[in-house]
Ligand binder design. Structure first.
Ligand SMILES: *Cc1c(COP(=O)(O)O)cnc(C)c1O
Length: 493
């Protein structure tokens, strides 16, 4: 199968090239030339398989360059002992027509593990297929979740190393401890004085520094990123939508062939887009309900066809959804118009004026498959409490946004068909907000919050977040953002 850029559908590349380069050279995103088909028979067969086998088969449909032996070794490494639930992505049914798809049983307790545990294997194999002999160093600027998930994904993976910069003034206590105690022989973590923008602009500067690239190349290294527009991050996410459908057949919520809806807490539009691809392949999905927090640029877009980032930015209790530019949306728009000229137009309007309006055709296509809604922090907190009181089911802030939006959707439409809420983080990852939502006192430091939430609810905390304060801090450096180059140079000696 070939891939091309959303901004130029004349030039195709192989999967291994799309994964190795991340972003297309013209600034567009790689998309598959066509989507493989899933029949009901396939789905029935998948429902008898374990998550690992489902992943191997489904990813294999897109990766004909990779042998089934290779794919099996990837899924074994990515979805094994590193997960604390043998099902990997279990579905928890809470009533006749509502279930949660728990995507946070991996090593960092958030859904980014589903992709970032797989990406290093896809990336290193892709580099080998492309004949690359230098060693890749993943460079990340993080505001929290992605950095830790990338560290866990790349730690001790042969032929790779990873260097993560985080803003000294911009991550939570738990997030900081998670990163500074990171294990692995090929990792380094460094704080940067300032906020996320300082760290981010330092990383961008390093990526565009030709002299530095040359020096590193002479030492046998090159730099790459692991961000969410890489096809190698999107592909593993298609799997869990198919897997959830199979599990809803098994738990009696639907019968094979019935339509199932998904409600997804959305930021960069990667997660929900993977579900939409599964639907295009043939998975019987009714609607996707796109849930946002107060940064509701996608709610407005789905309802009006106007994407406008000129609006206040809110810092919310669901920080991984605090996004004003949802990069992966470009892939959906492309698939709905198949016109790379049209996409280039929208994207240049976005970068110039921060706004674009899609054609009637795209707008109607979106309206026929997506609904959208948003909710603020107060409602998020009420929803956490409501689900705990009603079902004794503990959810995090991001998942609660989706749960609230689903309730509004059902009220507005009168619909009652089965819906899977995609649960993107363990409630223990956002302890302070969850404790407050339940009416507790969250005046504690990071590491004390985890046992406190566990004590309040009787829910066992995930191992990776337990005893964080007792782990040895391995990385305590803090540099000026202008000195980030020397950290890279020292790391790749
Ligand atoms: C990244 C993230 C999201 C948003 O996912 P997108 O793919 O960016 O839409 C939602 N919840 C959590 C917990 C996340 O870490």
């Amino acid at each position: 199968m070939k891939y091309y850029s959303t901004r130029n559908n004349k030039t195709t590349v192989m999967a291994s090239e799309a994964i190795a380069s991340g972003l297309a050279p013209d600034g567009g995103l790689f998309v598959p030339e066509s989507l493989p088909e899933l029949t009901l028979k396939d789905i029935e067969a998948f429902s008898k398989l374990h998550y690992r086998e489902r992943a191997e088969r489904i990813m294999g449909l897109f990766l004909d360059q990779f042998s089934s032996y290779e794919l099996r070794s990837f899924v074994t490494a990515a979805y094994g002992e590193n997960y604390d639930d043998a099902e990997i992505a279990p579905v928890r049914k809470i009533n006749d027509n509502t279930a949660f798809l728990e995507l946070w049983h991996g090593p960092t307790c958030a859904f980014k593990d589903m992709a970032l545990q797989m990406l290093p294997h896809l990336l290193t194999a892709s580099l080998r297929k492309n004949g690359e002999t230098k060693q890749v160093c993943i460079l990340v600027a993080t505001s929290g979740d992605t950095g830790k998930a990338a560290l866990e994904g790349f730690r001790d993976v042969d032929g790779t190393s990873i260097l993560v910069f985080y803003p000294r003034d911009g991550v939570s206590d738990v997030q900081k401890l998670q990163m500074t105690t990171q294990e692995g022989s090929n990792v380094r973590v460094c704080a940067v004085k300032g906020n996320f923008d300082d760290a981010q602009s330092g990383v961008k500067r390093i990526f565009s520094d030709r002299v530095m690239a040359q020096q590193l190349s002479e030492r046998g290294y090159f730099l790459s990123s692991a961000n969410s527009i890489n096809w190698g991050r999107l592909l593993p996410q298609i799997v869990y939508y198919v897997s959830a459908y199979c599990d809803c057949i098994k738990n009696g919520m639907i019968k094979l062939g019935d339509k199932l809806d998904f409600c997804v807490p959305t930021g960069n539009f990667g997660n929900i887009l993977a579900g939409w691809y599964a639907k295009q392949m043939g998975l019987p999905v009714g609607r996707f309900i796109c849930a946002s927090n107060s940064n509701n640029v996608l709610t407005e877009f789905i309802e009006s066809g106007v994407y406008d980032r000129n609006r206040p930015f809110y810092t919310t209790t669901s920080p991984s959804m605090d996004i004003l530019v949802s990069s992966n949306l470009e892939r959906l728009l492309y698939s709905l118009c198949n016109d790379s000229g049209e996409i280039k137009g929208y994207m240049s309007e976005l970068s110039e004026g921060g706004r674009y309006q899609v054609s009637e055709k795209i707008r109607n296509a979106i309206a026929s498959e997506f609904s959208a809604g948003c909710c603020d922090d107060e409602r998020t907190a009420q929803t956490i409490k409501q689900f705990w009181d009603e079902y004794r089911y503990l959810i995090d802030t991001h998942t609660a946004v989706a749960a609230a939006v689903l309730q509004d959707h059902r009220e507005k439409t009168g619909e009652s068909q089965p819906v899977v809420i995609v649960s993107t983080a363990s409630p223990f990852k956002f302890c302070d907000s969850v404790i407050k939502a339940l009416g507790g006192n969250a005046d504690m430091t990071g590491a004390e919050l985890v046992p406190a939430l566990s004590g309040m609810t009787g829910v066992v905390s995930p191992k990776p977040l337990t005893g964080l304060d007792k782990r040895a801090v391995r990385f305590s450096d803090c540099v000026d953002s202008l000195d980030m180059e020397s950290v890279v140079s020292d790391f790749l000696k």
